[in-house]
Design a protein around this ligand. Structure first.
Ligand code: HEM
Length: 457
């Protein structure tokens, strides 16, 4: 709360309000969600100051400002999660690493998301999605799509990425503990009995014990390039880079992988389903594309596994996923700290201040998108190509040296989900109107989105 201006810099401080001592504007932020940032941006401009989660913060919107922050990683800024997030993810996580250590860890992680590795996860991802949609369709009651999408993305992370062979009962306990961990990742860093922070620490310790047991019970990696799962690739990649991972590093990397994919993919899956429901013409156009590629034949998905090349050749599908991630971007922004005083929009960003670059507000205010609030996948087609000069205007996966490592995995997952939905399911909104969306901790519908699924047979 005591962060001050840099007296050696003549530029003014950003405008904004610091709220109350200690809690700052945290309560306003939690209650108002996306409106908190939008209203302050309208009042104070694209660069404004506030005080959230126990520390002063400068929030930054707009492609040019975001470019400067993201391209300044390791020189102007460095990663700086809120204290609660940083402690809960642990010192060995990628999220908490900086400089050379970050570069080395990222290199180790990169192999987990290579084209080759992705191709090997594909059949398992398809299977998890198919099983889930079968369960949804056989349920006579409406499905709470957001809650069940969380289970789906958790299953994808635990069974496909990590290859854990755990019972349904253990899976349920694992899921609930993880949920508790995520719910308290962004909390005031006050370590008192019953505080969110203490609950998060307890959940983290339980998770790490469960993960250690699962890793020890995991079958050994099959040698060669026939990867069993991402954890095997990670261990192999670490060896190749001359640094075998300790059990503590493995546990933290595992939690980080689940964390990075869990809420983001669940949010995007829910928004995808909601938009397909809202826009039947889009769903029909998608089906038409699947028919023209021979994937959908006589109303059924053709036998055989989907291949990465086939999935990536579906241009309209790509436009739909891009548009969902533009309009309902799951991650609202990223946390950094200023390593030196610098300038943005004519104001100073003093050394030591926390900086949050904004993805959602940057999408919402970007001039390159026509009718910015409309859901219009065709804006990304070859003819209109609104994202032609979109670097830093369109950034659902961030940018620069910390951009999302799981981008291809996430988009592949969403594409398979859309293909399976379009070819094997019929689904109807189970409420009279569509729910309102809220944005904390990720974008999701207030009532979770109640949908009735039916099989096609
Ligand atoms: C980083 C978005 C799915 C792994 C990021 C960042 C964003 C993002 C915006 C950058 C944050 C920053 O600048 O601080 C998304 C979205 C997803 C998604 C929208 C789904 C639709 C995934 C998945 C994985 C993953 C499935 C892996 C299993 C990571 C990792 C980083 C990251 C490891 C940290 C990179 C680093 O610090 O160098 N993601 N993500 N993400 N993401 Fe994702």
């Amino acid at each position: 709360w005591t962060a001050t201006r840099d007296k050696n810099c003549k530029l003014p401080m950003p405008k904004g309000s610091m709220g109350f001592p200690i809690i700052g504007e945290t309560c306003h932020w939690l209650v108002q969600g996306a409106w908190f940032h939008a209203s302050r941006r309208q009042k104070y401009g694209n660069v404004f100051k506030t005080h959230l989660l126990g520390r002063p913060l400068i929030r930054v919107t707009g492609a040019d400002n975001v470019r400067k922050v993201l391209m300044g990683e390791h020189s102007l800024v460095s990663v700086d999660w809120p204290q609660s997030t940083s402690t809960l993810l642990g010192p060995n996580s990628l999220a908490n690493s900086i400089g050379d250590i970050h570069r080395k860890r990222r290199k180790v992680f990169a192999k987990v998301f290579s084209h080759e590795a992705l191709e090997s996860y594909l059949p398992k991802i398809q299977l998890v999605i198919q099983e889930t949609l079968r369960v949804w369709s056989s349920n006579p009651e409406p499905i709470n799509v957001y809650r069940e999408s969380q289970r789906l993305s958790f299953a994808m992370a635990v069974r496909v990425l990590l290859g854990f062979r755990i019972s349904d009962e253990e899976m349920c306990h694992f899921f609930n503990t993880f949920q508790e961990f995520v719910d308290n990742l962004f909390s005031l860093p006050i370590d008192l009995p019953f505080s969110g922070y203490r609950k998060g620490i307890r959940a983290r310790d339980t998770l790490q014990k469960m993960i250690e047991k699962a890793i020890r019970e995991k079958p050994l990696c099959t040698q060669g390039k026939d990867y069993a799962d991402a954890l095997d690739v990670l261990m192999e990649s670490a060896k190749e880079n001359g640094a075998e991972l300790t059990m503590q590093e493995l546990k933290e990397s595992t939690v980080e992988l689940i964390f990075a994919s869990f809420a983001t993919t669940a949010s995007a899956s829910t928004s995808l389903i909601m938009q397909l429901l809202r826009h039947p013409a889009v769903l029909e156009k998608l089906r038409e594309e699947l028919r023209s590629h021979g994937i959908l034949h006589n109303g059924c998905l053709c036998e055989g596994e989907l291949r990465l090349d086939t999935i990536c050749s579906l241009k309209y599908l790509d436009c739909v996923i891009k548009e969902v991630l533009r309009l309902f971007t799951p991650v609202s922004g990223g946390y950094r700290v200023a390593m030196q005083t610098f300038e943005l929009d004519g104001v100073q960003i003093p050394k030591g201040w926390s900086v949050m670059y904004s993805i959602r507000d940057t999408h919402d205010t970007s001039a390159i998108f026509k009718e910015v609030n409309a859901f219009d996948p065709d804006r990304f087609n070859e003819e209109r190509c609104e994202d032609k000069d979109a670097r830093f205007h369109y950034l659902p996966f961030g940018g620069g040296v910390r951009s999302c490592l799981g981008k291809q995995l996430a988009t592949t997952f969403l594409r398979i989900l859309a293909i399976e939905l379009a070819s094997t399911s019929r689904f109807e909104l189970a409420t009279r109107t569509f729910p309102r969306m809220v944005s904390v901790p990720v974008v999701h519908p207030t009532d979770g989105l109640k949908v009735k699924f039916f099989g096609l047979d």
